[in-house]
Design a binder for this molecule. Structure first.
Ligand code: AMO
Length: 427
């Protein structure tokens, strides 16, 4: 039995599908069945096959069947110009009335996410996400990066002081990794040279914003032998341009039709601007100001305005912002003249990446950790740099945010298979 609707051929067919809709007329029924590959119209002559008509007339959307019949060309059928004239049907599961509909909000829809995901729009979303991450992998593997898998259960609350989840671990406690940061750098110390990882990370932040989740998928890259964080930005922009081109080729038209969004393959290089210059421009162009204290980081409003600014100043969707204040950046960023050698990448007014050259010299790294009051927690990590380590850098990119931006979705919840937030642990 063939199970792919899209591959059915003229003549006798037997296949499985899920009921999309049943249109019941007096003597005839038009049923749309679907599977992952596509849809097909099944036409039932109720006079010739009353027992088949009887079955379909009781089936609700979502029920599943095995149909046997004859597939014929038909110029009257909009759906691919073909139909299956059914002579047999077997029900494999029945569905109840759907508890959600077009009027339901995203939180109600997530309660029944498996039904929500049945929408074609959502199928497209995840095909796009899969193509995007696959292209990123492909780009890196072609450039001799290897994929590694680092532990998510760790012994100490880590990194930047950002909140971590504590979990019971036999007679003691463990923490859920908020980033593979320490281990991707360990790979550099191990001499791996070029690595990446795509996996879950956890943040115990009670944020209800449109771009925060407590668990998300992070695409992390780290590589050695760099001369400055410029090398890191260069790799990332090339990777994104390559991947967006793949998405555009494969799904550009469908994305435009279904999401109303143009997939723009970005030109290289992406524009770059220092944080202080950015604030100057935002004030000059849009009258935006904030306190001096806020200016060593990007405020939420400034981040949003970056989308407009990148478009107005450079005709670009992306913007690298560099030269943040040391107070706001992670202790492991290499500093030159006190300035952290890192960046954030803003796309359409939303941060999608943090990247940097790392401090690879043990003594300085230790001192920077101490300054932030983290030396005890990161003792194990500091060891990685005691026995020599090449200069290196890398970046972390949130896959869910990337997808949200690509398809211009209102909320990150839409772009996650299953969202996890402060009030959400189910389904
Ligand atoms: P950072 O903390 O900036 O950097 O995270 C990197 C990227 O991850 C995404 N992101 C999130 N996505 C959804 N929900 C959240 N709560 C959330 N927090 C962050 C964003 C962000 O740009 N170790 C560094 C990376 C590095 O330097 O390599 C880090 O984790 O897209």
């Amino acid at each position: 039995m063939t199970t792919e609707i899209a591959k059915l051929k003229e003549g006798k067919v037997k296949f499985q599908g899920m009921v999309d809709v049943v249109r019941d007329k007096k003597n005839i029924q038009f049923v749309v069945l679907r599977d992952f590959s596509g849809k097909i119209q099944v036409t039932v002559d109720k006079v010739a096959h009353p027992e088949v008509g009887e079955v379909f007339s009781h089936l609700l959307t979502g029920s599943t069947v095995i149909v046997e019949g004859n597939l014929v060309k038909s110029e009257y059928v909009k759906m691919g110009g073909q139909e299956v004239l059914a002579d047999k049907v077997e029900v494999t599961s029945t569905a109840e009335v759907y508890p959600i509909g077009p009027e339901s909000n995203i939180d109600q829809r997530i309660d029944y996410r498996w039904l929500d995901l049945r929408q074609e729009k959502n199928h497209l979303l995840f095909k796009v996400q899969s193509t995007l991450t696959n292209a990123m992998r492909e780009f890196l593997v072609d450039n001799e990066f290897i994929e590694i898998h680092t532990p998510k259960l760790i012994a100490t609350a880590s990194e930047s002081g950002s909140e971590v989840f504590q979990v019971k671990y036999f007679d003691t406690f463990a923490y859920l990794a908020q980033s593979p940061q320490f281990y991707k750098q360990m790979a550099m110390s191990s001499g791996f040279g070029r690595i990446f990882e795509c996996g879950p990370v956890f943040r115990a932040e009670k944020s209800h914003s449109r771009k925060h989740a407590t668990e998300f998928t992070s695409f992390d890259v780290e590589f050695s032998g760099i001369e400055s964080f410029e090398d890191v930005m260069e790799l990332e922009e090339k990777m994104l341009a390559y991947s967006l081109e793949k998405v555009s080729e494969k799904f550009g038209k469908e994305i435009k039709d279904i999401f109303g969004v143009d997939v723009v393959v970005p030109t290289l290089p992406f524009p770059r601007i220092k944080l202080a210059d950015l604030y100057h421009e935002l004030e000059k162009r849009y009258g935006y100001t904030c306190s001096d204290e806020e200016k060593d980081d990007l405020t939420t409003e400034a981040e949003r305005l970056c989308g407009q600014f990148a478009k107005d100043a450079y005709g670009h969707e992306f913007l690298f912002v560099t030269d943040y204040g040391a107070r706001k950046r992670a202790f492991y960023h290499l500093r030159k003249n006190g300035i952290p050698q890192g960046y954030d990448l803003i796309w359409k007014g939303v941060e999608i990446t943090t990247g940097a050259q790392r401090e690879h010299r043990y003594e300085i790294l230790k001192q920077q950790a101490e300054e932030k009051g983290l030396a005890k927690d990161v003792e194990f990590y500091l060891q990685f740099f005691k026995y020599g380590c090449l200069p290196h850098g890398g970046f972390g990119l949130g896959i869910d945010r990337l997808t949200m931006n690509l398809l211009e979705l209102a909320n990150i919840k839409e772009s996650m298979f299953l969202f996890r937030g402060p009030d959400r642990l189910t389904p």
